[in-house]
Design a binder for this molecule. Structure first.
Ligand code: NAD
Length: 452
């Protein structure tokens, strides 16, 4: 079997083809990584910090090449691809400081002389499984903290993003077997979950649940960041033009292929009519520089099929709904209304530039509707009232709440993750990731043996 990735804007353009390595190769890579990890840890904070800093430099030095590869391999519009590369460099630089951070604390004994220490230590080999939609940033926000604290890393990228991941590992230039990228699909992913000492997964909900079960059965720590069904709440006092701009960007930016993309727009009371008009206009004006193609033919069929079935069930198309006549896997930015509450488009993540508009009477109803999903990742709230923004921030289930901003996008140094079924285990990014990739040890230094 061969792993291939194709250009979504030009499906005849084969970006990469590599032999599928198989499960045995994954076990062997983890074994080599385990052998290399001791030296990586023993090299010390200075060496690890310098190595991560050099990766940031290399990413910056190759920014245009990397952005072009992202555009070609996963169809991301150029401005967003350049943004992703800049974020990738920033993440490596941020975690380059982490090796110097305190790794524990000193405590008093309960009785008698002695020294009690807690110290965080790496697990060994971090097995990282990534999706295709942020082909450099997601591998980086997993690998950089894992490496900073002294783990070795084996990364299995999504097949659709194979070339980006291989280039990242090449540019990283770390000692052999410290950062291995192993292309593959489900078989290699499952083998990695079976072999690694700590597992971090980002991807779809169904696959993520299986990964969590498998890692938990083995007793290894696991985190999983999964799909979202993200809402935008618009209050009547909002700046409607600004809200429509932000929401259109969150629906159609990168063809809605972000876990934090908006797929439900909830208009409160008098906000409905002006918002509908402004949003239709904003979505109709979205071009390729913002939207781009979806990842493959299957994704396009799933999206157009969902729109047709919603229309058959009584939904109306406010804008979009079709497929442009051109090469590439494009789908028009689409807004639907009157979608039946139980239709899959109102309940499941479709991962495309499509959203459903709902009308509700008041903030209570808006919050109840926003919370009526297990996929509570990110919610945006659009209002001029600080009271409403704070009340919504208290009462929304989402892992991330964004006020007067698109639901997509969170600073790279803050904890990132969802609530309820959108997430499992510790947060990614920031300090939270450093905690996830380490385990605390308690060391008691007690002259004379201390207390029992
Ligand atoms: P996916 O679940 O199909 O694949 C994710 C990864 O899992 C890939 O590397 C894939 O090869 C691997 N995989 C597949 N089967 C496996 C198995 N049985 N065992 C182990 N690994 C396996 O997801 P995708 O299509 O690559 O990415 C899109 C999804 O990712 C969307 O649902 C999106 O919301 C989600 N996502 C979530 C976040 C977040 O932080 N919450 C961020 C980005 C994307």
């Amino acid at each position: 079997m061969t792993i291939t990735s194709y250009n979504p804007a030009d499906p005849d353009d084969l970006v990469v083809a590599v032999e599928e390595p198989g499960a045995e190769a994954v076990r062997a890579a983890v074994g080599r990584a385990r052998a290399a990890q001791g030296d990586w840890l023993a090299a010390g904070a200075g060496a690890r910090s310098a190595a991560l800093g050099r990766i940031a430099d290399a990413v910056e030095a190759h920014a245009h090449e990397l952005a072009a590869l992202i555009v070609r391999e996963v169809g991301k519009p150029l401005a967003e691809a350049l943004g992703e590369v800049a974020r990738t460099a920033a993440i490596w630089r941020y975690y380059a400081q982490a090796p110097y951070a305190p790794s524990g604390a000193v405590h008093e004994t309960a009785a008698g002389p002695g020294l009690l220490l807690t110290r965080r230590r790496p697990y060994g080999v971090a097995g990282l499984i990534a999706p295709w939609n942020f082909p450099l940033a997601i591998p980086t926000w997993k690998a950089a903290p894992a490496l900073a604290v002294g783990n070795a890393v084996v990364l299995k990228p999504a097949p659709e993003a194979t070339a980006c991941a291989l280039r990242l590992a090449e540019l990283a230039g770390l000692p052999e077997d410290v950062f291995t990228v192993l292309p593959g699909g489900a078989e290699e992913g499952a083998a990695l979950v079976d072999a690694a000492d700590v597992v971090s997964f980002t991807g779809s909900t169904g696959v993520g649940r299986a990964v969590v079960r498998a890692a938990t059965d083995r007793g290894v720590p696991v985190q999983a960041e999964l799909g979202g069904l993200n809402a935008a709440l618009v209050l009547p006092d909002a700046d409607i033009a600004q809200a429509a701009g932000h929401i259109a960007a969150a629906i159609a930016g990168y063809a809605g292929q972000k876990c934090t993309a908006t797929s439900r727009v909830i208009a409160v009371g008098a906000a409905y009519e002006p918002l509908r008009e402004a949003l239709v206009k904003a979505l109709a004006a979205v071009d390729d520089a913002v939207c781009g193609p979806v990842i493959n033919a299957g994704a396009r069929e799933r999206l157009t099929g969902a729109v047709s079935s919603a229309v058959e069930a009584g939904a109306s198309v406010l804008t979009g709904g079709g497929v442009p006549e051109r090469t590439g896997w494009y789908v028009e930015p689409t807004l639907l209304a009157e979608v039946p509450a139980e239709h899959p488009l109102a309940r499941e993540e479709f991962f495309g530039p499509i959203a459903v508009l709902h009308a509700v009477a008041d903030l209570d109803e808006a919050i109840a509707l926003a919370n009526d999903t297990p996929h509570s990742l990110s919610t945006s709230v659009h209002t001029r009232s600080l009271d409403v923004a704070l009340a919504a921030a208290d009462r929304l289930d989402a892992g991330m709440i964004r006020v007067n901003a698109p639901s997509s996008g969170v600073d790279f140094h803050l904890p990132f993750g969802g609530a309820k079924g959108a997430s499992h285990g510790d947060r990614e990014q920031g300090q939270a990731a450093l905690d996830f990739y380490t385990v605390s040890r308690t060391v008691s230094v007690l002259p004379g043996g201390g207390a029992l």
